[in-house]
Ligand binder design. Structure first.
Ligand SMILES: Cc1cc2nc3c(=O)[nH]c(=O)nc-3n(C[C@H](O)[C@H](O)[C@H](O)COP(=O)(O)O)c2cc1C
Length: 207
């Protein structure tokens, strides 16, 4: 039985990214596992190039298991959120640690990959970072999905008055209510695209 692995780089439990990735993965109809990278120990790449001789990192942490799962997966979904107009640090750190697969032979070549990117106003930026990585590592980008996000200012307690408020910048001087929050499941257009992306991954695995 074929298996799909999702790597979720958002630290938010049951947040937008997790909900959207689950929809994509379920829509494939295949067995899947969604891994929360925030719960894993992933040390920083030291750039020592120790991995060049045997395709194995000198560091011992959860990345051993994560790279094994990546290699064994029939398809993969990478999910990241946008922070400071780029892919968030958990995703960046994770991507850097793929270097062991990139010596002489690129071991990730041809792996079918879908990208899910979240953000409040610039989700495209995390997508660009992830897509650059996926294509640089010669994976097969089968499709992508851009989802919305929520400002920290919606829940910090100062969002209605703070001069730095993203809430005021986006929504104006109106009260923050439960309707202010972006919910993937209420965004029917996006849900439809998530289902389509899942089916696209499934089609790739059938061919
Ligand atoms: C420190 C920080 C920086 C952020 N920077 C951006 C940004 O540059 N662009 C953007 O669209 N959203 C930005 N956001 C909002 C997040 O992308 C948003 O919280 C996330 O997409 C929500 O997904 P989640 O529910 O899965 O956590 C930022 C959030 C934080 C905490």
């Amino acid at each position: 039985m074929k298996k799909i692995i999702g790597f979720n780089a958002s630290p938010t439990k049951a947040g937008v990214l997790e909900t959207a990735m689950t929809k994509v993965l379920k829509s494939t109809g295949y067995e899947f596992e969604l891994i929360s990278l925030a719960k894993k120990e992933i040390k920083y790449c030291l750039g020592c190039v120790g991995c060049a001789k045997n395709n194995k990192c000198i560091l011992r942490d959860d990345m051993d298991e994560l790279l094994e799962k990546f290699m064994e997966a029939d398809a993969v979904v990478f999910g990241g959120i946008t922070r400071h107009n780029g892919a968030n640090a958990i995703m960046q750190n994770f991507m850097e640690r793929f270097f062991p697969l990139y010596h002489r032979k690129i071991l990730s070549t041809g792996k079918p990959v879908a990208i899910v990117s979240g953000g409040l106003y610039s989700a495209q930026e995390a997508y660009k970072d992830m897509s650059g990585f996926v294509n640089g590592f010669k994976m097969n980008e089968v499709g992508s999905l851009i989802v919305g996000g929520n400002a920290s200012c919606y829940k910090c307690g100062f969002g209605e008055v703070c001069p730095q408020s993203a809430h005021i910048a986006i929504n104006g001087r109106v009260p923050i209510t439960k309707d202010t929050f972006y919910k993937f499941e209420n965004d029917s257009e996006c849900v439809k695209k998530a289902v389509e992306l899942g089916k696209k991954i499934a089609d790739t695995l059938k061919n």
